[in-house]
Design a protein around this ligand. Sequence first.
Ligand SMILES: *Cc1c(COP(=O)(O)O)cnc(C)c1O
Length: 386
Amino acid sequence: MTHAALTRLQGGLAALQADHRERRRRVLDGTQGAHVTIDGQRVVSFCSNDYLGLAADPALVQAAHAALDECGVGAGAAHLITGHHRFHEDFEAAFARFVGKPAALLFSTGYMANLGVVTALLGRHGEVFGDKLNHASLVDAAQLSGATFTRYRHNDLAQLEGQLAASKAQDKLIVADLVFSMDGDTVPVDALLDLAERYDAWLYLDDAHGFGVLNDGRGGLTERARASDRVVYLATLGKAAGVAGAAVAAHQDVIDWLIQKARSYMYTTASPPLLAASLLESLRQIAAGEARRAHLRSLVVQLREGLAGLKYGALMSSGTPIQPLLIGNNAAAVRLSQSLLQRGLLVPAIRTPTVPAGTARLRITLSAAHSADDVARLVTALHAGG
Ligand SMILES: *Cc1c(COP(=O)(O)O)cnc(C)c1O
């Protein structure tokens, strides 16, 4: 008997392949970093989110080793049962202090944190207002909440204000990436907070790409936003922090509510305590990481100056380590990425549907682990057309 559902799925796969939209995974050997071995080839990687070069840092590795010896591998249960280890507890307190919020909660991933926070803060009768360029996990979270989901054009606060003014919902949540992951630009935090105050909404900011990098590493919040009870802050910890997980920081009562209501927190096994131990060391490195950040900023300047006169593409307007080179056409972006790889430079081509049609780009990300020489090689190769 034929299995019609499987046949349809195979047709779907074939269609993706025919359309050059099939994703494939490269296999990494050894450690993450600026220089990696991927599919057996030694390359300079311009695509990780390990912005400070902490993913393989000896101090973080050492902290994980010590915790491994002390408490084993698995957490064994959810946080609300017996999985909440001293290391999780200590990390939450240290994180809240560092970002200037009263309390924090550690989730296993940023994706799960976003699902948990949005669904816990809003029910079906609420309304979510989200930037059109928000990360997929925030889109999924809004849909899962069952609330009315209204999207506004990227950073278009006039449109957002019109939507807020027209809303009949009692519970409102404005949600945005603080640094946009495919564009590298940021939100105007205080202007969003003004709107949240005027229309009595929560403001949830996902700082996956700003934490560890912006404002002495404390992330993209302004002082006003740190002090505001209506601002809920998310940092993911697999990017600049170099480990895994995500921390939500907010008013103590918001955190208490999430512990009661965030299903992606309650109904999952706690992450291994050795990760939280490593994260505690990561926080120390981030706090003392001004030299890494200064080096990273100098690489951003070097890249932008180096590519200023490029003929076939231009860097988008970004001051963060995410430096997308806008190419436009899917096929041209893919060709460029492939020819860079032949020169040992790994820069991914980002195409539809991840970004809008006609805005295919090379997403260059820089890390404090890069040298000026690495960046010079990339600039030279790009001027040579890949
Ligand atoms: C990476 C990312 C996430 C997801 O975080 P994970 O810890 O990788 O699950 C969420 N939001 C944004 C903006 C991200 O870039």
